[in-house]
Design a protein around this ligand. Structure first.
Ligand SMILES: NC(=O)c1ccc[n+]([C@@H]2O[C@H](COP(=O)([O-])OP(=O)(O)OC[C@H]3O[C@@H](n4cnc5c(N)ncnc54)[C@H](O)[C@@H]3O)[C@@H](O)[C@H]2O)c1
Length: 282
């Protein structure tokens, strides 16, 4: 899809990190932006920054776990700009080793990372099919291509996003419409993802005092800070929309190696290795 001033892109989790970085890149091509985010102050700041660079952008306070919020986000795009052509289902949070993580924490991670993507697909894909034009980008992770210790709920949610995206790919191909889908699988990127607990419901916050959770958060913080710039991810997302490419692998070497090692494991070889440092490199 051409990215120009005739296009409208809706980005969830658009107030910071990868979402905002992608908004900046799309704005550079003239694309009009509708940012949805649960955090109001960062959303306001993001809009001010985009307006200062001459972009056309609005923001809507959105909890992607809530279906009505995502429908309202779509309707805001239709009301303000008369259409929508790209939905970037990107909002996400981290949390939860497999061992001793309360079910409510798994539910919280799934409600944002999985339900948020499902809500985005339900709100936008029928519109894209009807107008015979559109592109969906879903944010998964390298953690959706191989399991990692300390990140059970996150890995499960990101495997789900890869699975949903692959299924959607086949359904869209069968529809023979001009609607594409991409799945973004980054390694570590310098954002605030390791501070996801900032958006946790109050009744779950004490979970972050668990010693195992603290260790995982420390490792994740170091890896995120050693990661690639979000701007590079924004460019990769924009290019994938233009080229209608399915996999967006910003850390291509480790993505391919992980997949090869999984195949070897399935065939009776050694289990998948875990190399946090490698996952910080492009
Ligand atoms: N940063 C990394 O290393 C990395 C690696 C792989 C995948 N990802 C994925 O990238 C996506 C973006 O994360 P990021 O790294 O930019 O982190 P970030 O924390 O900087 O940005 C995430 C944004 O999502 C918003 N958000 C959180 N819960 C929400 C909700 N319920 N509804 C709407 N918005 C909500 C936050 O307010 C924030 O603005 C996530 O899906 C994350 O899992 C990040």
């Amino acid at each position: 899809m051409d990215l120009d001033e005739k296009k409208v892109a809706v980005i969830t989790g658009g107030a910071s990190g990868i979402g905002l970085a992608t908004a900046r890149v799309l704005a550079g091509s003239g694309v009009k932006l509708v940012l949805g985010d649960i955090e109001e102050e960062p959303l306001k700041n993001a809009l001010e920054e985009l307006h200062a660079m001459g972009a056309s952008a609005i923001g809507v306070r959105t909890d992607v776990a809530n279906e009505e919020d995502v429908i309202a986000l779509r309707d805001a795009a239709l009301r303000e700009y008369g259409g929508a052509h790209v939905v970037f289902n990107n909002a996400g949070v981290v949390g939860g080793p497999c061992i001793a993580t309360p079910k409510k924490v798994w539910d919280w991670v799934f409600s944002i990372n999985i339900d948020g993507v499902v809500n985005g697909i339900n709100a936008f894909v029928p519109l894209f099919l009807e107008q015979n034009e559109g592109h969906v980008v879903n944010t998964a992770s390298l953690a959706g291509l191989g399991g990692m210790p300390g990140m059970g709920a996150y890995c499960a949610s990101k495997f789900a996003v890869v699975g949903i995206s692959e299924s959607l790919f086949h359904e869209l191909a069968m529809s023979q419409k001009n609607v594409g889908v991409s799945v973004l699988c980054p390694g570590f990127v310098k954002t605030r993802i390791h501070e996801s607990a900032r958006n946790m419901p109050n009744e779950l916050v004490s979970y972050n005092e668990d010693p195992m959770v603290k260790i995982v958060t420390d490792v994740a913080t170091n890896a995120v800070n050693a990661g690639i710039d979000a701007a590079d991810v924004g460019v990769a997302v924009a290019n994938a929309i233009r080229d209608n490419r399915f996999f967006i692998l910003t850390h291509e070497r480790v993505a391919i190696r992980t997949t090869e090692q999984r195949l070897g494991w399935m065939q009776g070889g050694p289990p998948l290795g875990v190399n946090i440092e490698a996952a910080t490199k492009p």
